[in-house]
Design a binder for this molecule. Structure first.
Ligand code: S3P
Length: 188
């Protein structure tokens, strides 16, 4: 396996980008995981919710795009860089094209029911879900996924991520991901 690759995990909030990214990097020597939201919080010394509250979404999107570019252009030849983007990162003109030019984009796809279940549990960290009832979150998932599809559809590969709740599911999903990744890289 040649080194120096970058993998961008993209997908809706709750699709499992962070969970899968951490799990993969802990199993794969030479893989380094970076969560874009965590990196933004570290750089700005503010939580994502506080960045939205203090500067607004448009400024968050600028910071997000700048941070992504800074991270992905610092890859090391012996390291596979695995970057979990935010759910909205691809939805900026040129963002998918840029990621496709700089690595492999993988769209994680979970069912709307699974997304709802995960997001109701982890609502507080996500400013776009603030104050919404579970029913409103369900509606938001459907409408926002439709709006974002035009960007998400530019991903190089799609990967089902419904099964990430238990240790066994995470293990199986990681093995499936690694196999698919190797198959794709050998075919190129
Ligand atoms: C967002 C997704 C979040 C975070 C921010 C906005 C979005 O990341 O970047 O709250 O627009 O979908 P996750 O997808 O990791 O939840």
């Amino acid at each position: 396996m040649p080194g120096g690759d970058t993998i961008f995990l993209i997908g809706f909030m709750g699709s499992g980008k962070t969970t899968l990214g951490h799990a993969l990097a802990s199993r794969m020597p030479g893989w380094r995981f970076i969560d874009l939201d965590e990196e933004i919080e570290r750089r700005e010394s503010l939580s994502i919710a506080d960045i939205f509250a203090k500067y607004g979404e448009a400024t968050f999107r600028e910071i997000e795009a700048d941070t992504l570019r800074a991270l992905a252009t610092h890859s090391h030849p012996d390291t596979t860089l695995l970057i979990a983007t935010g759910g909205g990162t691809p939805c900026r003109e040129g963002a998918m094209e840029w990621m496709n030019d700089h690595g492999l984009t993988v769209l994680l796809e979970a069912s709307a029911d699974r997304l709802l279940h995960r997001l109701v549990q982890a609502q507080s960290q996500r400013p776009l879900l603030r104050g919404k009832t579970p029913r409103q979150i369900g509606e938001f998932i459907i409408s926002e996924q439709q709006r974002r599809a035009v960007y998400y559809d530019k991903a190089s590969i799609r990967f089902p991520s419904d099964l990430l709740e238990t240790r066994e599911e995470i293990e199986d999903t990681c093995l499936r991901f690694i196999k698919e990744y190797h198959d794709i890289r050998h075919a190129l």
